[in-house]
Design a protein. Sequence first.
Lengths: 370, 414
Amino acid sequence: MSKNNKIHEPLFHIVKRGALPFWLSWLIRIIAIVASLIVCGVVTIILTGENPLNIYKTIIEGAIGSERRIWSLFQNVAILLCISLAVTPAFKMKFWNIGAEGQVLMGGLATAACMIYFGESLPSIVLFPVMIIASVVAGAIWAVIPAFFKANWNTNETLFTLMMNYIAMQIVSYFVYLHSNPVGSGKIGIINSTTQAGWLPKIGGKSYLINIIIVAVLTIGMYIYLKYNKHGYEISVVGESENTARYVGINVKKVIIRTMLLSGAVCGIAGLLLVAGTDHSVAKETVDGRGFTAIMVSWLAKFNPIYMILTSLLLVFLEKGASQISTDFGLNDSFSEILTGIIIFFIIGSEFFVNYSVKFRHKDKEANKK
Amino acid sequence: MKKFTKILAILLSLALVFGLAACGGNNDTPSTESDADKVVESHAAGEKLKVGFIYLHDENSTYDNNFIKAAKAACEALDVEYVAKVNVPEGAECQEAALDLADNGCNIIFADSFGHEPYMVEAAKERPDVQFCHATGTTAHTQDLPNFHNAFASIYEGRYLAGVAAGLKLNEMIEAGEITAEEAKMGYVGAWTYAEVVSGYTSFYLGAKSVCPSVTMEVQFTGSWYDEMAEKEAAELLINNGCVLISQHADSWGAPTACETAGVPNVSYNGSTVSACPNTFIISSRINWEPYFKYMIESVMNGTEIVDDWCGGIEEGSVELSEINEAAAAAGTAEKLEEVKAGLADGSIKVFDTATFTVNGETLTSYMADVDTDAAYTPDTEVIADGYFHESEYRSAPYFDLKIDGITLLNEKY
């Protein structure tokens, strides 16, 4: 006892929590979001002098203020969710695939190529399967190259997949220049704007509904694959420990390559949805950083495809709302990025309090007395 | 006891922080409320015209800032409501943004970037009751869409004038014995091998040649409208190649600052760069969009039609030159520019006078240009008549894409 008293204890220390009840972990997260909104409010007042309530109202209006905005919101959620689904099996396997940007781009480029070269010659009943196969294969090839090197020679997949992004961008630049219209402008414009060949069909007059349906199906499929399929189990074992996996007789090489093929294939589908379903064109900027945002979506949701619906919705909601702030208040876009940053910081921070608890010194002393 | 004081201190400081924050809030609340009221009032009036603007970037880009300033000025002058969306990419987002502005009651919607065009066209098809205007585009004159319009300016005339200033500077350097007449080589940093850039550097070169006949020029392309590093490196490469004066057609400050570092004179674009380049900046040409914005707003106000394809010139105030920087420009530049400007205005000087340039050693008497844009780049319009190339007459966006003698393209990959 006397010895203990002499040791200087810090004011507080951090203890790993056991599993929290479901309601408590979500309560912590909700408190974090509320706290982040308060901090955002304070920052808003200090920096701009605007009423934070107006700002929050604008965020909500910007995201869901009209039917068009709601459609646009869900279309963007669909794309981001699709890319997040794609990176998830790789991450669960602890394979740091940060090359989704390039994999999506290659899928998009393959789609655009089919639309340009076969748009006039093939009937749409043949054209769509060709586009799907081309985009899936292109995305899968771009993903399997680093996986092959990782599986065989244990190369660093983080750097490898990152570099593959830049190669994909340069390849797209090259083809865009080749087909640019007018000559030399570096833009290809809308592909098949008159015939609409290769454009994903509108369902019930809604142009993005098909994207949303496809991604909804993919989400359920990925959930089942990861949770109930033997492959999903193998992925998590390899992710936990490669040695254990080897010990129980899992072919690690095979799992790595198979999983990255899947990851790339889903990225390819995201490229298809972007090019054939929304932009009807391709450019170096088509993916617009979503290959990286998807990593955050996947991590925040702890690799659970169903939670990913929520996390991708949250990020897109904030982004849409944020751009409305710059329109309504004449503030620079950077300001809304500051707010988004604060909110995401709190959300990530809340995971800390879900996993750990903070114990203050005097509590321990009381415990000691007892 | 000690620990309690510590905790108390922390609590007090926290209270102080929140208290201050709360005070800040109280002080500011009344003013924001009145602001909100003002917005509501103007909405309630309801008669004010509403104009929506779509920008590729925000005010940090020299290109977009040029539009933003002009749009705000025009809206204020004509007392119409200004709404803007910044950082709108050249994809389906542009169409969404345009239609969203239309949903919110905008009568006119304007987009500033070339790649926005096809998406503006789609939006125009969906909302025939709203006017859609687009800068730098090429398709309005061939589209059968009464509510979609292109606009540009005869910026080649501004480039020509800037070229005259460059030529005078070269003459001064030759007279001072710094270079020989044969060494009068200029460098040009271009974004793409696109007609807009080709027309720009050719008119700049012809302007310089009109006063300094021995001049030659090298062009390096960057493959991007905005890439500060690439533009800087291109300028450095040209300077190393022996170029004694640099100009550029790209949107960053990369080339002008490289010139300032190397002490090489620079002719700028999109606006003056004198603040960063006090010793080397000579002059800059730019498009002033305010005349077009006023024209398009007034047309809707008066119920008259906006033309398919609008091209402003020096007279309309669409093509402007910046102040001349006396520290770098040759003596007598201002007087000479006035003289040339008058010549351009009365038609006695033509920028693309076929007598002043040759292509592969021959003077041109006929040239078919691709004015009606198509994927196969089919030449469709005879553009040489009366001894000059008729630029920006059959369509506002430039279509001069000849490779004339005296200009060397170092890379054509873009």
